[in-house]
Design a protein around this ligand. Sequence first.
Ligand SMILES: [Zn+2]
Length: 318
Amino acid sequence: MQNLSARQRTVGGVLEFSGFGVHSALPVTLTIEPAPVDSGYRIQRKLENGTIVGPVAVHFARVTRTTLCTTIDLGDSVSVATVEHVISALSGLGVDNALITVNGPECPIIDGSAAPFVEGILKVGLEIQGKSRRYIKVMRQVLVRNNDASAALEPYNGRLLDLEIDFDSKVIGRQRMIFDWTPRKYVADVSRARTFGFVRDAKILRQAGYALGSSLDNSITVHEDRILNPGGLRYDDEFVRHKLLDAIGDLALCGLPIYGRFRSYKGGHGLNALVLQGLFASSANYEIVYAEDLPLGYDALSDMPDGVEVRPYLRSVG
Ligand SMILES: [Zn+2]
């Protein structure tokens, strides 16, 4: 029998999430549906008049803005903002194929983390599909810089993220996390980390039309040397963990899981997009390989949290 852990996966049912956008404050419903093999993550938007725009691949070539969030251009002057948390949830759990539909201009922020999406996906389980997973294997180092900030993709025997942040704030400061990626660890150590912001930036952001929907219910809010959220932090170093959550969502925009090491210092959506562009700038930087062709025993994406149903062949989505 073919090794099932090497096969592509989709979600085991249709999921629906309602909320509002953290930047636009507009109400929105997002659905995630099973999708055929080799389709990756695709997104479409349902307009008020019922017209569907898309679906298009959630791909870095379609990213139009990287200020504060990742926005995907659907064509016809239609876009969807803040896709990174739902994409992080799918990618973090090792889902290869899914169709996302939103009925507004921005994905719902819900609690500011990927946990609501993760919980929904784990409830319906995953379905193993009829074709092997492919990886983008990093063959040469790609490094991008912006002043003292940097991001790199490097050859590495596994999937590792090494991320460091350094904020001029006593409650954040310098935090580093090295993450050896499996879905089980993603759920436990990354998925619950919330987005964050500073009171000192709030006025300027709002004047520019950002963060209109942000509140203590969906963002860690830092004011001088204090965290204003009554419940405090979910992890001691929740800030670097959220940056990791974002990076996992951003790296998934290349269409396939990356086999290699990602390093980031003071990075963000902009540098993450640049390092992907750098990776694909030369065909000598990467190879596309089937899971079976990676070193023996590599099946980290099948390390799922306990009690999650992963079942083969129940649906006819390929
Ligand atoms: Zn984020």
